[in-house]
Design a protein around this ligand. Structure first.
Ligand code: GLY
Length: 371
């Protein structure tokens, strides 16, 4: 049997780690470069696996790819568990809350759009929503029940993927890649022979692949972590997404009374400072939806950089010279990890990639450039 090609992965966020694990498990020799594995955007993520509640008219390709990946999530998690690493997948589902009448109208538009596409999302009154999630405030006027949108503990997932990749023989080099040259990955100290490269460097990908420059851009997001205390209400059982006077906020429960609140979204270059305004907005909006958090402990503030693309679809496919893009996952990196890893396995094997992947080929940048 011919030997499997050696795969070099640039970037150890959720995408790079998922690719490394799956490729190593499939028998490839894998080397991953990242000075701080698992510490960038994926570490800050809310962990929602939510193609339906992230859906937006005009972004049907994003929805299709997201749903394809969501279908792969239970098996992906099961296989990680079979390797001895539990990623903390939650099957509790998602509710969406609207605060005022204008927010409820927005939700109605989303519900109509989703029904038109045949997706499961039930529009309910505020009272019905509080029945599903009793800690919601009395000002919540309407909502959507979306049982199919799930969540995962992003930090457990990152640890699990890294452990499983290592267990299958993937090697990690804690150095930053500064240039990609044909057949070579260059760090500050050396050039490393690289037969096939997967570029999974998130918001930094455009610095390494000129083809992506100006197409993948950083989109800052701030999150907060809170913990319930004795005598406070426990966190919500479901993921709660809300529109509060036109501003989105989400509350994602974790184990042991922890709650992740997210997330702001700004065009702020590579700035990762947590701002007073960002924290205030998140806390204010979250408290209006779920008043019980006012007495929670605030345990962490953090900011990360999503890898935005022009049309919110990632860039998945060959860029040339043996380099494949797996980047630009925007708000959906955790969701899209399984389908992206399966796409890489298909490229390596020369087989058909999963449905929805071809629409995400970087070739579409040419038409973006023409408009
Ligand atoms: N997927 C949630 C976010 O990007 O904030």
């Amino acid at each position: 049997m011919p030997s499997q090609p050696h795969l070099t992965v640039v970037g150890a966020g959720v995408i790079g780690l998922a690719v490394a694990w799956r490729a190593a498990a499939a028998g490839h020799r894998v080397t991953v470069f990242d000075p701080r594995p698992g510490q960038a955007a994926s570490w800050v993520a809310g962990g929602m696996l939510a193609p339906v509640t992230e859906a937006w008219p005009g972004e049907e390709d994003v929805l299709e790819l997201g749903e394809e990946s969501l279908r792969r999530w239970p098996r992906f998690a099961e296989e990680l568990r079979a390797d001895g690493f539990d990623p903390g997948l939650s099957l509790a589902g998602t509710v969406v809350a609207a605060f005022d009448r204008a927010d409820a109208e927005q939700l109605r538009i989303l519900a109509d759009y989703l029904h038109g596409l045949g997706r499961e999302a039930t529009y309910v009154t505020g009272r019905q929503l509080r029945h599903a999630e009793p800690g919601l405030g009395s000002s919540v006027t309407a909502g959507l029940l979306v049982p199919g949108d799930l969540a995962v503990d992003n930090r457990r997932l990152l640890d699990a993927l890294r452990g499983a990749a290592r267990a299958h023989g993937a090697e990690f080099v804690a150095e930053e890649v500064v240039a990609l040259e044909p057949g070579v990955v260059r760090t500050a100290t050396a050039g490393h022979a690289a037969e096939l490269v997967v570029l999974a460097a998130g918001a930094w990908s455009g610095r390494l692949a000129p083809r992506l420059a100006g197409h993948v851009r950083p989109l800052k997001g701030e999150i907060l972590r809170l913990r319930s205390r004795r005598l406070t209400l426990p966190p919500p059982r479901h993921t709660v997404r809300a529109m509060v006077e036109g501003e989105p906020v989400y509350l994602v429960p974790r184990e042991h009374g922890e709650l992740v609140l997210g997330a702001t979204q700004y065009e702020a270059g590579f700035d990762t400072a947590v701002t007073a305004r960002g924290v205030r907005r998140l806390l204010d909006n979250a408290e209006r939806v779920f008043p019980g958090i006012a007495e929670y402990e605030l345990t962490e503030t953090a900011a990360g950089l999503r890898a935005g693309s022009a049309d919110n679809l990632p860039y998945l496919g060959e860029l040339g010279d043996g380099v494949f893009a797996a980047t630009g996952h925007h708000r959906n990196g955790l969701l899209l990890a399984p389908v992206t890893a399966d796409a890489v396995l298909a490229w390596l094997a020369g087989t058909e990639p999963p449905p929805g992947v071809t629409a995400a080929h970087p070739e579409r940048m040419r038409s973006e450039e023409r408009v």
